[in-house]
Ligand binder design. Structure first.
Ligand code: SF4
Length: 179
């Protein structure tokens, strides 16, 4: 039985601004989201093991996700000086990754089979080995919710978690599928 109260406390201590229970049955993996990756607006398509197509087909991602029933959603919200405040956007993303790695380490002891799904592509190595060599840290690389085909707004909405915190805010969202 998952103790969400305890997870909320741990998540806050790790630095996340919001933590919410995730009902894994609400997760939809959408071909349209994968198509957005294939459109390559972020320039990471086909460049990293954590991004499509390196992270597996939509069917393979679905098979992984459907092994879980309960999880948590975690967010880091940053406050921007204005809508062009790229520096704070990048700082908030870096903070979110730091929180994500810290919580992953803490949760791994209790949930050894969990599936952590992050935000953005894996930046663990200066240069990813994709596609010529295997990933250097297969146990320490995480695909993003989008790479899995999730529409983050839908997953948040269906789990009663706000996604948009108002003008001049930026929100990064990740999840941990626990059991
Ligand atoms: S850990 Fe390194 S090799 Fe593996 S996906 Fe991340 S950047 Fe690429």
């Amino acid at each position: 039985m998952i103790d969400y109260k305890e997870l909320k406390v741990i998540g806050k201590q790790t630095g996340f601004t919001h933590i919410a229970p995730l009902d894994c049955s609400t997760i939809q993996l959408l071909p349209e989201v994968r198509q957005m990756c294939a459109n390559n607006t972020c320039h990471m398509y086909g460049k990293n093991w954590s991004c499509p197509p390196g992270c597996g087909t939509l069917e393979e991602c679905e098979a992984r996700v459907r092994q879980y029933t309960y999880g948590i959603l975690v967010q880091t919200v940053g406050n921007l000086e204005d809508s062009m405040d790229v520096e704070t956007m990048m700082e908030t993303e870096a903070e979110h990754k730091k929180h994500f790695f810290a919580l992953e380490e803490q949760l791994r002891a209790k949930y050894p089979s969990m599936l952590p799904i992050g935000a953005g592509c894996c930046t663990r190595c200066k240069e990813c080995t994709y596609p010529d060599n295997p990933c250097r840290f297969p146990d320490k690389t995480f695909a993003s919710m989008e790479a899995y085909g999730m529409l983050v707004t839908q997953v948040c909405q269906d789990n009663n978690l706000t996604y948009y915190y108002g003008p001049c805010t930026i929100t990064y969202t990740s999840c941990f599928l626990l059991e």
